[in-house]
Design a protein around this ligand. Structure first.
Ligand code: KG4
Ligand code: ZN
Length: 347
């Protein structure tokens, strides 16, 4: 065994994905297994927490086993066990946490708790088993973290050092996608549905508002959602003809993407960042990616599509940094600010 290689088994169960992965040196993915519950929750139009917990219980052992088999490792060859400790649905988190605790107890390996949001940020460091790594994000950096429960702009001076510059005052970006999709008659999850519908639409058809706030790095998406609702109500009353779904989707998507992009670039300029990281489920969005990839002011790191939404490899990448800090500095680092629990509702 190569002594400089640190291999971490990571487990993620904070919402509606049961995931396990083995990550080497915080970057290289030796295996990455994700059991998604999206199909099950679609009938409810959102995540049904009780059903999510039960499903995690059913599959967590086999997902972990599969991750170990695919990595061709046995538990003794691991250096640590990592798990998402929050934020997320309490009943879902507890399944992964208890599985990880059991493994740590049985193997004697250290247990590393990871904040789900820092996991998303560290997805920008991941590289597939046979892929070539180009470069790592350089510090200081500005991270745009946009998921179903959170939208934050975070400044990082170094690994594991987080300063929140701003974020959403109401709905998260993914939540705005999910709710607006429902308003225009598209299925859950709203992000991918809106993106698909928008392909055939004109983003200039409708003018939706971009909230201006005191803190230039904050977001507010509730006004946008209301504007979509009013537009849909106005159009529905017209003559019984079908809604221009594609145009509505394209205009909405453009508004969100431009808002996220503009405020992140502003933050990066203000903080003189050397790079930008864009992560979380909404970073899978084609408009968001195109805007960031189209600018030349900052090197941008956006994870490959499969690592944008929830997975355990990102938890393994963040856990590696915590592992190094504990070894070299011997302290219990807990510098990630505590965010409220993810807002996932049936409404
Ligand atoms: O990061 P994630 O998988 O879970 C949370 O931690 O919340 O993000 C899920 C969110 C959902 O709201 C989903 O609609 C959104 O990410 N999403 C997208 C896209 N794919 C997923 N939003 C916009 N465009 C996409 N392609
Ligand atoms: Zn997430």
């Amino acid at each position: 065994m190569n002594k400089t290689e640190i291999r971490i088994l990571a487990i993620e169960s904070s919402c509606d994905e049961t995931a396990a992965a083995v990550v080497s040196n915080g970057q290289r993915i030796l295996s990455n297994v994700v059991a998604s519950q999206i199909e099950m929750h679609r009938q409810y139009g959102g995540v049904f927490p009780e059903a999510a917990s039960r499903q995690h219980v059913l599959v967590v052992s086999s997902v972990i086993k599969e991750a170990m088999q695919k990595a061709h490792l046995n538990f003794n060859e691991l250096d640590a066990i990592a798990v998402t400790r929050g934020p997320g649905l309490a009943g879902s988190l507890v399944v992964g946490v208890n599985a990880a605790k059991g493994l740590a107890l049985a193997t004697g390996k250290p247990l590393i708790g990871v904040n789900h949001l820092e996991g998303h940020i560290y997805s920008a460091w991941l590289v597939g088993k046979d892929e070539e790594r180009k470069a790592d994000p350089e510090f200081p950096l500005v991270a745009l973290l946009v998921s179903g429960g959170h939208s934050e702009i975070i400044f990082m001076r170094d690994h594991l050092r987080y300063e929140r510059l701003g974020g959403t005052l109401d709905d998260a970006a993914g939540e705005a996608f999910d709710k607006s999709a429902r308003l225009i008659g598209l299925p859950y999850p709203g992000g991918p549905s809106i993106q698909e519908a928008a392909k055939n639409g004109d983003s200039k058809s409708f003018h939706f508002p971009k909230a201006k706030l005191d803190n230039p790095f904050d977001f507010s998406f509730s006004g946008l959602k209301t504007s979509v609702l009013r537009t849909v109500q106005g159009l529905s009353g017209e003559d019984g003809s079908e809604l221009p779904v594609a145009d509505l989707a394209a205009s909405f998507q453009r508004t969100v993407a431009e808002t996220l992009f503009g405020r992140t670039i502003e933050a990066a300029k203000t903080k003189r960042a050397k790079s930008i990281v864009v992560a979380g489920g909404v970073s899978a969005n084609s408009d968001v990616r195109a805007l960031f990839e189209g600018q030349r002011d900052f090197p941008v790191f956006i994870p490959a599509l499969k690592y944008c939404t929830d997975n355990a490899a990102m938890i393994g990448a963040a856990a590696y940094q915590r592992f190094l800090k504990e070894i070299f500095e011997g302290s219990d680092f807990d510098v990630m600010p505590t965010w409220p629990l993810a807002r996932v509702s049936l409404a």
